[in-house]
Design a protein around this ligand. Structure first.
Ligand code: HEC
Length: 144
């Protein structure tokens, strides 16, 4: 084998190693993300009693929001965030943010779960009840 052939073989081997190495980081992220789908993301202390409005809101929440945001708004990893979370305290996400979220959907910005689509079949009145429910859950968990 001539000197140039040897160099060429060495370079090819290095290049191959480089491709193999750069491929190593590609797969795990997605797989790890999917197998985590489901579990609640926070522990929510449920208040013993709810106001009348919050009781109505709880039913609407369970019908329209819990499929993604989870029971007691505790979130579902890989699906949607907990609303019982400091990010959603009244001073950061006021009641209007809930009305807008239900009406127009939400472009993913705080989390990596994708966009929230607009929610069909809820009125502003329903969402106000849902907000009353979520705020009472938040207060019971020290989020004011
Ligand atoms: C199809 C799944 C899905 C459903 C159903 C759903 N959400 Fe969401 N929601 C999401 C996701 C995902 C996000 C997070 C977006 C982000 O990354 O910030 C979100 C974010 C939100 C936010 C934060 C808005 C903001 O301004 O950042 C509010 C409030 C909210 N949802 C309320 C609700 C309410 C109320 C309902 C029921 C009427 C509901 N969601 C139903 C998936 C859902």
């Amino acid at each position: 084998m001539g000197r140039y052939t040897l160099i060429a073989v060495a370079l090819t081997a290095l290049l191959g190693l480089g491709f193999w190495w750069s491929g190593q980081g590609d797969v795990p992220d997605v797989a790890a993300g999917t197998e985590r789908i489901g579990p609640a993301m926070v522990d929510v202390a449920v208040p013993k009693t709810l106001s009348a409005n919050a009781e109505i809101g709880k039913m609407a929440f369970e019908a329209k929001c819990a499929a993604c945001h989870g029971a007691n708004a505790a979130g579902q990893d890989g699906v949607a965030p907990p609303l019982v979370h400091k990010i959603y305290e009244p001073s950061h996400h006021g009641d209007a943010a809930f009305l807008l979220a239900a009406k127009n959907g939400v472009r993913a910005h705080h989390w990596r779960f994708g966009n929230m689509p607009p929610v069909e079949g809820v009125t502003d009145g329903d969402v106000k009840m849902i907000v009353a429910y979520v705020r009472e859950l938040q207060r019971a968990n020290g989020i004011n």
